[in-house]
Design a protein around this ligand. Structure first.
Ligand SMILES: Nc1ccn([C@H]2C[C@H](O)[C@@H](COP(=O)(O)OP(=O)(O)OP(=O)(O)O)O2)c(=O)n1
Length: 134
């Protein structure tokens, strides 16, 4: 069923708030809170099981891959792409990120902390050139 006009206005106001959010304000924790609210407001929490979220995320990775499909190699910065294609790319990248954050939350994994720890682990496994030369 479609929402009332008032609902639509509310959604537009929220969308404008998102637009006003400073890029520097974006954090994994902040996004995670927004996703929690989003699911609560729609009674979607029962659907957000780890397995469902994983499958949804993989589906979005497929949609992301479709954008690059059959285009051949793509230069960094996507210089020859139309704005609409770049916007679509941003949407699919976001879908993957949002499901990944929600999945991590529903698994009780602190994604920011885990990612920082993984970078440290990677650095030990793959020492930087300067460290290798010593
Ligand atoms: N049960 C759901 C369904 C959707 N979403 C959110 C997370 C994603 O950011 C976005 C995905 O929405 P759609 O399933 O409508 O997928 P698309 O936006 O990719 O639309 P389409 O598949 O029509 O291109 O909505 C969610 O959190 N939980």
């Amino acid at each position: 069923t479609f929402g009332t006009e008032k609902d639509m206005e509310g959604e537009k106001t929220k969308a404008m708030e998102v637009e006003e959010t400073q890029v520097t304000d974006v954090s994994l924790k902040g996004l995670s809170k927004k996703l929690e609210e989003f699911a609560k407001e729609r009674d979607w929490e029962p659907f957000h099981s780890p397995r469902n979220l994983l499958l949804a995320m993989v589906g979005e990775v497929g949609e992301l891959a479709e954008i690059f499909m059959w285009r051949g190699e793509v230069a960094k910065g996507l210089p020859n792409w139309e704005e609409a294609d770049k916007e679509h790319l941003g949407e699919e990248l976001s879908d993957v990120l949002l499901y990944l954050i929600r999945l991590s939350d529903m698994c009780g994994v602190n994604l920011g902390e885990a990612a920082l720890k993984k970078i440290v682990k990677n650095a030990v496994k793959y020492p930087a050139k300067a460290a290798r030369d010593v």
